[in-house]
Design a protein around this ligand. Structure first.
Ligand code: P71
Length: 461
């Protein structure tokens, strides 16, 4: 990267623009009230800068758009499928590829193949949908991330790492027969896109071999993970992202992929495996759930855009810009003293609401109070990931269970916003930080039985 004088500058120029509506503060006050103070209920058109998610929100390249015109919409054997299959094999080294319309059907199939009631699945931190698929198979998802991974105040270069001692202890205690698989989410989404080191991935392979367990990657942000390995792990500075990614995958038996992240597409995913018998079983499920194995819930043109996007995400200049932009946003807030989860991850900035709004107790939804204020202040949409999303009441004891983190996530879509947009967000967050004592807590006025943060209604106290 030394050959580029400004490694974090955009390696592209903009050919098509999407105008954004500007609203007034009064309008935004009305809109957030009508949305019951839940940013999921705001219409996208009423949002100026949408940091709700980096999933499916990327801007495609001219090469991807051109690829759409080469879509072969045959039911069976379309050429775009062969292009995608060859691309995934080349990047991952896995033998068998099954296309899916996004990440969760791949998770559904994988968990159906490997889990039975009473089994456990062990990981660094399962993403919400994977966790739900593990649970619906009657199995237990177990997060065994290193302690530093949940500490918002300490620095660690690979906060996504799994605790190898805890992993081995768990396997010995529960016996390997009761473990369906081990899975590492790279990067680890639930603590802010924190990377997993190559050393950790290798160590998991050794444990998996020792106890005869299959080991998979949740590869949604694998290219961002490869970039952090290049930047932070000894011995990888001179390797290409593709070489690093290939080595990461070489230790695993397969992967699930939500291609809406590092696939640089708006919809798409896949499941990849090495085990032929499991692949045959998976194909049967794929036909049942998604469609014929050469399209799996996607149009031919979508398969083409994905094959092209997968390669683009491994371009080092793209990735330096990408992760650089996320850090550009977070560093401005850090400099102003805002409690940002450190180090900043690959796709988002997390604000620690326990330190940002210490006067608002967790059961008064500080994250949602902040998100409502942020929207009114600058039209920026973020989401709360804390008590509203993950808190619950224990069915037996009636005890209220608080999640370890109370954070607001600002996820940055890929190639969509400029650094001027990032400046607006940073300034708005800093503004609010300076008058943080004026923010009040919220209370629930409607609580759905499941995944309550998506549809909940709140009001200010
Ligand atoms: C994110 C998402 C999208 C999302 C999904 C569900 C609720 C809220 C937001 C999706 C992931 C992910 C990882 C590591 C699998 C999926 C599911 N993330 N693994 O962060 O981050 O993929 O949406 O394509 O089914 O906003 P899918």
């Amino acid at each position: 990267m030394a050959t580029y004088p400004f490694p974090e500058a955009e390696p592209f120029r903009i050919k098509v623009v999407e105008p954004l509506k500007m609203t007034t503060r009064e309008e935004r006050e009305r809109i957030i009230r009508e949305a019951h103070y839940n940013t999921f209920n705001i219409r996208s058109e009423d949002v100026y800068i949408d940091l709700l998610t980096d999933s499916g929100t990327a801007a495609m390249s001219q090469d991807q758009w051109a690829g759409l015109m080469l879509g072969d919409e045959a039911y069976a054997g379309c050429r775009n499928w062969f292009h995608l299959e060859e691309t995934v094999r080349d990047i991952t080294g896995f033998k068998y590829v099954l296309p899916t319309h996004q990440g969760r059907p791949a998770e559904n199939i994988l968990t159906a193949l490997y889990l039975r009631p009473g089994f456990a699945a062990l990981g660094n931190m399962f993403f919400d949908t994977t966790r739900a698929h593990v649970e619906t198979k009657g199995a237990l998802p177990r997060d065994l991330i290193i302690d530093e991974g949940l500490d918002t105040t300490v620095y660690h270069p690979f906060k996504g790492n799994i605790d190898i001692d805890k992993l081995e202890e768990y396997i010995k205690r529960e016996t390997p027969e009761k473990i369906g698989f081990i899975m590492l989410t790279v990067t680890c989404n639930n603590n802010g896109g924190q990377p997993v080191s190559m050393e950790n991935i290798r160590a998991v392979r050794e444990v998996a071999d020792k106890y005869g367990l299959p080991f998979f990657l949740d590869a949604a942000r694998y290219a961002e993970n490869a970039f952090f390995i290049k930047m932070r792990e000894e011995g990888y500075a001179d390797k290409s992202l593709k070489e690093i990614a290939r080595e990461m995958f070489s230790y695993a038996d397969g992967c699930t992929m939500s291609a809406k992240k590092d696939g640089l597409v708006n919809m798409g995913g896949f499941l990849a495996l090495n085990d032929e018998a499991k692949f045959r079983e998976a194909q049967q499920l794929l036909i049942l759930l998604e469609g014929f194995p050469t399209y799996g819930g996607l149009a031919g043109r979508d398969l083409e855009a994905l094959a092209r996007g997968l390669r683009e995400a491994l371009d080092e200049r793209y990735m330096a810009y990408r992760v650089g932009q996320v850090h550009y946003l977070g560093n401005q807030m850090l400099k102003a003293g805002v409690p940002v989860f450190q180090p900043i991850g690959g796709h988002c900035v997390l604000l620690d609401m326990k330190r940002f709004l210490p006067h608002i107790p967790q059961d008064q939804f500080p994250s949602e109070a902040f998100c409502a204020e942020l929207y009114v202040d600058s039209g920026t949409r973020a989401i709360g990931l804390g008590f509203l999303a993950f808190g619950r009441v224990d069915r037996e004891s009636g005890e209220v269970i608080y999640p370890p983190l109370e954070v607001v996530r600002m996820a940055v879509p890929r190639r969509v916003y400029t650094n001027n947009h990032m400046d607006v967000v940073a300034r708005s967050v800093i503004n609010i930080y300076e008058r943080r004592e004026t923010l009040r807590g919220m209370r629930l006025t409607y609580e759905p039985p499941m995944l309550r943060h998506f549809r909940a209604h709140l009001e200010p106290l």
